[in-house]
Design a protein around this ligand. Structure first.
Ligand code: HEC
Ligand code: HEC
Ligand code: HEC
Ligand code: HEC
Length: 323
């Protein structure tokens, strides 16, 4: 059945566009990853991402779901499981829901498992294991894997769930405004799977870069959220305050990074934020659109020209809690 589905998708995909350009890939579920990544799988089962699925629809969550008109919040197709769960197709081609897991962050695996599942073999792959790894990653990303290690890849992806744009569930149903997300704090703890030497906290240069990227993304995404709002209310007020705070923090960071012209470009373009209010939803939407490509450039530069550890160390907020 999966082979048939894949074939149909392939034919359909070829009619519309080439396979490589097709946006969506079949999702297989985390059991597929467990086969080879058992330790990470066990770790994930104890993470907030996993546990949330079992808890979010009870108590206060049940009341939110009822007010939002969602009768079965843990089932496929509801708004809730877009963030609190993960929908995949099982062997029989049926939609199933599991907790927020591997593919939510690493990408839907239906097309990348094959290029991903190749092991280095000096006889076949040449004498350069690093080049082999880079190619394996590039081929996997081309087939739908998220470049989790890139700021403009996996780190940017966090914001799809952590800065939500569903105004009715906030204003009408009482869902919290998702305004606590701080990329550095949230990415240095459990999210890294706490697995193996290489998965310890990042060095201070990288941490500084993640903090800068997080503030820029927060400002841009929160403005886009305000831009989509229709009403005054907790959603608009919350996200506008979030955009303002991130903009102010970004100004402080720019003063410590005078050589980073891509950061200055973001700050200059964000100048109108000083005089806007949350009620200027249209203008917030326009500003978010202007900022989007500039933020992407900033993220790419931070990845490609890393910050030195002594520079990064000055950017990290004091008492940063690693969640
Ligand atoms: C058949 C075995 C196999 C399966 C199945 C598998 N992986 Fe991997 N994966 C590997 C190997 C081998 C590595 C390389 C480990 C190393 O370099 O030490 C790896 C590395 C990775 C990396 C690090 C980046 C990279 O490409 O080196 C990520 C992220 C990853 N896997 C995610 C996943 C996810 C998500 C799934 C499920 C959709 C999955 N893997 C399924 C074998 C597998
Ligand atoms: C856009 C993504 C998104 C959607 C859609 C979403 N949530 Fe959430 N939800 C979150 C995030 C992220 C949090 C964590 C709190 C925060 O960031 O402030 C959260 C927190 C919660 C909480 C607070 C308690 C807890 O588990 O920490 C409840 C209850 C909840 N959500 C229920 C729901 C219900 C019910 C729905 C569907 C009507 C829903 N959510 C839809 C992302 C989402
Ligand atoms: C909340 C997002 C998230 C989820 C869910 C998630 N990962 Fe990851 N994963 C990350 C991040 C972040 C990194 C570190 C990326 C970096 O900076 O190099 C990572 C790194 C990895 C790596 C490479 C490093 C290593 O430890 O070998 C593998 C393999 C991996 N994840 C597999 C998995 C598997 C399997 C699952 C599901 C059981 C999973 N991940 C679930 C975010 C996630
Ligand atoms: C598919 C949606 C989704 C994605 C993608 C996602 N998250 Fe989450 N995350 C959630 C939800 C929902 C919660 C709330 C869980 C709960 O009820 O407490 C959460 C909670 C967390 C928590 C626990 C916070 C706490 O208070 O203990 C951390 C840390 C976190 N996310 C980090 C990340 C990072 C870093 C990324 C990107 C690498 C990411 N998440 C990507 C949906 C997502």
């Amino acid at each position: 059945m999966r082979a048939l589905t894949t074939l149909l998708l392939l034919i359909f995909g070829l009619c519309l566009t080439t396979r490589a350009q097709a946006e969506d890939h079949p999702s297989l579920g985390s059991k597929q990853c467990q086969t080879c990544h058992q330790a990470i799988y066990e770790h994930e089962k104890a993470s907030r991402h996993w546990l949330s699925f079992k808890e979010f629809a009870k108590g206060a969550g049940e009341a939110i779901a009822t007010k939002a008109g969602v009768a079965k919040p843990t089932e496929a197709g509801t708004r809730c499981v877009e963030c609190h769960g993960h929908t995949y197709l099982n062997d029989k081609g049926k939609s199933k829901v599991e907790p927020t897991s591997c593919e939510a962050c690493h990408g839907k695996a239906g097309d990348y498992l094959t290029p991903h599942n190749v092991k280095y073999d000096a006889a076949k792959n040449g004498a350069d294991p690093a080049a082999f790894l880079a190619k394996r990653r590039a081929d996997s990303v081309a087939a739908g894997m998220t470049a989790q290690w890139r700021l403009n890849g996996g780190y940017r992806n966090c914001f799809n769930c952590h800065v939500g744009t569903d105004e009715p569930i906030v204003n009408g149903a009482g869902h919290p405004v998702m305004k606590e997300f701080e990329l550095l704090a949230f990415s240095q703890g459990t999210t890294r799977h706490w697995h193996g030497e290489a998965m310890k906290q990042d060095g201070s240069g990288r941490q500084g870069a993640i903090h800068v990227a997080g503030q820029a993304l927060t400002m841009q995404k929160a403005l886009a959220a305000v831009g989509l709002s229709k009403d005054a209310g907790a959603y608009r007020t919350g996200y506008f305050a979030m955009a303002k705070a991130a903009g102010a923090r970004l100004g402080e960071l720019a003063a410590l990074l005078p050589d980073r012209t891509e950061l200055k470009a973001v700050i200059d373009a964000a100048a109108p934020l000083a005089t806007l209010t949350g009620d200027d939803a249209g203008k917030c939407a326009d500003l978010a659109k202007t900022l989007d490509p500039l933020v992407v450039t900033l993220l790419d530069k931070l990845d490609d020209t890393p910050l030195a550890d002594d520079v990064g160390a000055k950017l990290i907020p004091a008492n940063m809690p690693a969640k």
